[in-house]
Design a protein around this ligand. Structure first.
Ligand code: AMP
Ligand code: ZN
Ligand code: ZN
Length: 416
């Protein structure tokens, strides 16, 4: 920047000294092609945008496109981040939960799992982009450190062989603050064209973290909303300073619902200890019956319950698009929004939760898109989040994907 200022100053001096009949000097400022930046604000419920505390996001929405987006089931972080970048629903891409157990495997899938085996069921957009010669860089995103298509050795030092990653990626670490995340994106874009990424991602967890702890309507939650809004403002300012046009696609993975300790269904009051194991609990529970105890578990779960409904995995309602993947546990119990399914009585908490049916309004996720590719001032009807992948492919210049669960049709009226 300082060099540019100096060059401009010299050119201005030269122009002043030149005779009036000489042509004005032309300044060679690089004209940059637009880049695509995908930004996730974890747990940013769609209606948080109407609280009057997000000047930067609200301006982008006013000048661009906004919508309340429907997350896929389960409305959890890892399943939905993988859907947004692959266009497949969790039941097809295989990241069916934040925590997954598979019979016969010694490891359990958690948010720290980087073994490609768990992730190889789908190809994220950055892999297709890299293969098409579009350079990518991820300043955090679930799955973005995984070598897609690779294999992890079963023995120490557990080397990962093969596979494709973004050319620049960073291991998730919460202590890397919002300022540093934004600065990293801007620094990547400062590079010369040959090594500059054209598709970038970043991620901010603060709204989700505080939403869980304090619920949806607390001043600390509003503070976190304002904090991530400020990060967006800093990014927009950094791009303007660089004169870097960008198509920003700002999304949330899911919304948030207020929960309380007195709205809970306890599995230990319905089932006999030793008959079952809950792999996950919360807005929904994934349950496995002890071999030989299936009949007892089914008799207890598959009848009507207040505030909760349970199914065999093959009988989960079609609207949830869930239950075909081998990684989905045999039984699913889904709570009414605002309620929790807990393993043991007395373990429910006060605060916020997500994981419910994506169609409930509390789970609606933020969607804001802004940049040269988008028209101004439009609100789209609610759409399903696999569509974001199709939009990203279009913005990145990749051909439409076939066989995914999404389409870019919903964006037809808002793309220039
Ligand atoms: P959830 O339990 O569904 O609300 O998940 C949200 C949490 O996911 C956040 O608090 C983050 O700390 C965590 N998280 C997000 N991205 C990553 C990542 N790439 N690796 C590990 N954890 C992550
Ligand atoms: Zn989340
Ligand atoms: Zn969360």
């Amino acid at each position: 920047m300082r060099f540019l200022t100096l060059a401009l100053a010299l050119l201005t001096l030269h122009a002043c000294a030149a005779p009036a009949d000489r042509a004005a000097p032309t300044i060679a400022v690089e004209s940059r092609a637009p880049v695509t930046i995908l930004i996730s604000l974890d747990g940013f419920r769609a209606d948080y945008l109407d609280r009057g505390i997000t000047p930067h996001l609200s301006q982008l929405a006013t000048e661009g496109v906004r919508a309340a987006m429907r997350p896929s089931f389960p409305s959890k972080t890892f399943p939905n981040h993988w859907t947004l970048v692959t266009g497949l629903r969790p039941d097809r891409h295989g990241i069916v939960a934040n925590r997954i157990e598979v019979e016969g495997r010694t490891d359990v899938f958690t948010m720290a799992s980087d073994d490609p085996w768990w992730w190889n069921g789908a190809v994220p957009i950055w892999v297709d982009a890299e293969k098409a010669g579009v350079r990518t860089a991820t300043m955090f995103w679930p799955g973005s450190i995984v070598a897609i298509g690779g294999t992890k050795a079963a023995d120490w030092p557990y080397k990962i062989a093969g596979g494709t990653r973004p050319q620049d990626f960073l291991q998730y670490y919460e202590e890397i603050g919002t300022t540093q995340r934004v600065a990293t994106l801007i620094d990547w874009l400062r590079r010369p064209p040959a090594t500059r990424p054209r598709l970038l991602t970043t991620y901010f967890e603060a709204v989700d973290t505080v939403g869980h702890e304090r619920g949806t309507d607390h001043r600390e939650t509003d503070k976190a909303i304002a904090e991530v809004d400020a990060a967006i403002g800093a990014l927009v300012a950094g791009l303007a300073e660089l004169r870097q046009p960008a198509n920003l696609v700002i999304v949330a993975d899911h919304g948030m619902a207020a929960v309380s300790r007195d709205r809970a269904v306890a599995l230990d009051t319905l089932l006999t200890a030793g008959d079952y194991r809950a792999i996950e609990t919360g807005p929904y529970a994934g349950i496995v019956a002890t071999p030989g105890r299936e009949a007892a578990v089914e008799a207890a779960l598959l009848k009507p319950h207040p505030h909760m409904e349970c199914w065999r995995k093959a009988e989960i309602p079609a609207r949830l698009h869930y239950g075909r993947h081998p990684r989905v546990p045999p039984y699913l119990c889904l709570a009414e929004v605002g309620w929790q399914v807990v393993d043991k009585s007395g373990t429910a908490f006060d605060g916020g939760a997500h994981g419910y049916d994506g169609a409930v309004p509390e789970m609606a996720a933020l969607f804001v898109a802004h940049g040269p590719a988008f028209v101004s001032g439009r609100t789209l009807p609610t759409f399903d989040n696999p569509d974001v992948h199709a939009l990203l492919r279009r913005l990145t210049g990749l051909p439409p994907a076939t066989g995914t669960d999404g389409s870019d049709a919903v964006f037809a009226t808002v793309l220039r």
